[in-house]
Design a protein around this ligand. Structure first.
Ligand code: DGL
Length: 259
């Protein structure tokens, strides 16, 4: 495998840009191809079979069209549904997935109460259940499926984003740093970091927001390093591909990544 090939990154839409942002900071010499499947979004309420079908098709597309040397599934819902299937089908390809940051949250919480906001697909998956079960005795987890929130962020519908963030944080209830209160919020969908300002306003400065960009970027670096695939001379370029609106993706990328 050539070291100078790009790394593929995909999500149902713009959410994976929050992961790409961290990847570019960690791996400035790598070239990337970002695939947004906005024509089939949102994934969160579509069911496992649909999402795994899309994930497998996108992996093939990125390999055939861009000859990627590694793949980051920058979507919690797709990782839960398909990371094992993609790995089994492409055994030579390093594949990194994302999962809600429960482990970092357990390390951070002082009250022992953590809220996890994610898509219905992620929270109902066997992969998430196993993760949660493995940490069961370390914190109390409040799980809130956030129907519609990723789509509202995708469409940049700010009034709806605010309304849904308010509704779902109220559902988790009650945030604060006193004993028994939730002091740590896991943003368990890669779209949600783009609503971090709204969450911060609703919850105040003391509640900790946890996302997965940096640990995923570090894991990607480790994996490529181990396989001798780090690019010493890339230009840090990003190419975009989408099944949806190319202009909307460009606008989101220039807003959030200054690209
Ligand atoms: N950004 C995705 C995730 O991390 C999926 C959002 C969606 O399409 O519902 O779960």
């Amino acid at each position: 495998m050539d070291r100078d090939r790009p790394i593929g990154v995909f999500d149902s839409g713009v959410g994976g840009l929050s992961i790409l942002r961290a990847l570019r900071a960690e791996l400035p010499r790598e070239d990337f191809v970002y695939f947004s499947d906005a024509g089939h979004a949102p994934y969160g309420e579509k069911g496992e079979e649909f999402v795994s079908g899309r994930s497998l098709a996108i992996a093939v597309d990125l390999l055939e069209q861009h000859r990627i040397k590694g793949l980051v599934i920058a979507c919690n819902t797709a990782t839960a549904a398909a990371v094992h299937l993609v790995r089994a089908k492409h055994t030579d390809l390093p594949v990194v997935g994302v999962e809600p940051a429960l482990k970092p949250a357990v390390a951070l919480t002082k009250t022992g109460h953590v809220a996890v906001l994610a898509t219905r697909g992620t929270l109902s998956s066997a992969k998430f259940k196993a993760l949660r079960d493995s940490l069961e005795d370390q914190a109390e987890f409040q799980l809130v499926p956030c129907d519609g929130l990723a789509a509202a962020i995708e469409n940049d519908d700010q009034p709806l984003v605010r309304e849904l963030c308010r509704r779902y944080t109220r559902e988790a209830c009650c945030f604060g740093t006193a004993p028994g209160e939730i002091d740590t919020l896991v943003l368990g969908c890669t779209h949600y970091p783009f609503a971090a300002g709204v969450f911060r306003e609703l919850l105040g400065p003391d509640v900790q927001l946890v996302e997965t960009g940096q640990p995923v970027a570090r894991q990607t670096r480790r994996l490529l390093e181990e396989m001798g695939l780090l690019n010493p001379s890339g230009q840090g370029t990003v190419r975009f591909q989408t099944t949806g609106d190319a202009e909307a993706l460009k606008t989101a990328a220039s807003r959030w990544l200054s690209l």
